[in-house]
Design a protein around this ligand. Structure first.
Ligand code: GLP
Length: 261
């Protein structure tokens, strides 16, 4: 795992978008894993800007989102399909048929989860997975005690997650309490992972995920088991990391560090 600390949210976000853009330029038919949440809004607006100004091409790209609420149709403003259309898909030249989210409206949710896993496999697996972190330590909606070998499935959301996400709904009580999410095992199968974490309110959970013990109580700590993870953070989120100076030293002293500078 590599940790890159940037001065501000803006710089951390820009670097994240740049990594995605570079991967897409290198492999136009990239299979990209996507995340939602307020942290990602700026990443997607940067990608949309790159599409507009630099012709960043999404025409051959396939996407798979981490998760979706159960029971919300795509036209519901709280659904992740609505979010993705609004912040990314409607603003770039991606073929809507190449964009995938688990279908939280499916009649048979277990069959939907198996179908989703199969689609990912048929696409050749996820080349690059973008992640945020929830205050419960979740990646996707893998709440505490999610098995590290779990696959896409239905998950009940914790009170911490409900408190974090319900203000995003017009009526907070309308937030579904259950979701479909890629499993921790599904995420760990990605070839490469970039996690973006910003803001003081994430400092404690970030430190647990990156430097704490690997435990199912903090799903994001499973990332310590993956050989190709970059965690991009701003100074606020980095506040509680013990080894900050080491991470900075690596970044500053490696020539053209992984090509991210
Ligand atoms: C939701 C998503 C997570 C995401 C999290 C972070 O819960 N299921 O994948 O990491 O939001 O949200 P925010 O960026 O708003 O803090």
């Amino acid at each position: 795992m590599e940790v890159i600390i940037r001065a501000h949210r803006e710089a951390a976000t820009k670097l994240t978008a740049q990594i995605i853009a570079d991967a897409l330029k290198k492999k136009p038919n990239l299979t990209l894993g996507l995340a939602t949440g307020s942290t990602m809004e700026m990443v997607y607006s940067k990608l949309a800007e790159m599409h507009k100004k630099e012709n960043l091409d999404f025409s051959l790209c396939k996407t798979f989102n981490l998760d979706e609420y159960i029971g919300l149709p795509p036209e519901n403003k709280g659904s992740y399909r609505y979010y993705m259309n609004k912040y990314l898909f409607n603003n770039v030249n991606i073929d809507p048929r190449n964009t995938h989210l688990p279908n939280g409206m499916a009649g048979d949710l277990s069959a939907e989860c198996i179908h989703y896993e199969n689609l990912i496999e048929e696409s050749g697996g996820i080349d690059l997975q973008l992640l945020g972190i929830g205050r419960s330590g979740h990646i996707g909606f893998n709440e505490p005690l999610s098995a590290f070998r779990s696959r896409t499935r239905e998950k009940a959301l914790t009170p911490v997650t409900i408190a974090q996400n319900s203000p995003l709904f017009d009526k907070p009580e309308d937030m579904p309490k259950r979701a479909l999410t890629m499993g921790v095992g599904t995420i760990l199968d990605s070839k490469r992972i970039v996690m973006l974490v910003t803001g003081k309110e994430k400092a404690a959970i970030l430190a647990k995920a990156v430097e704490g013990p690997v435990t199912a109580m903090v799903s994001a700590s499973a990332l310590q088991l993956h050989p190709k993870v970059v965690v991009i953070v701003d100074e606020d989120a980095a506040e509680m990391l013990q080894e900050k100076s080491y991470y900075r030293w690596i970044f500053d002293n490696e020539p053209d560090w992984l090509g991210y500078k």
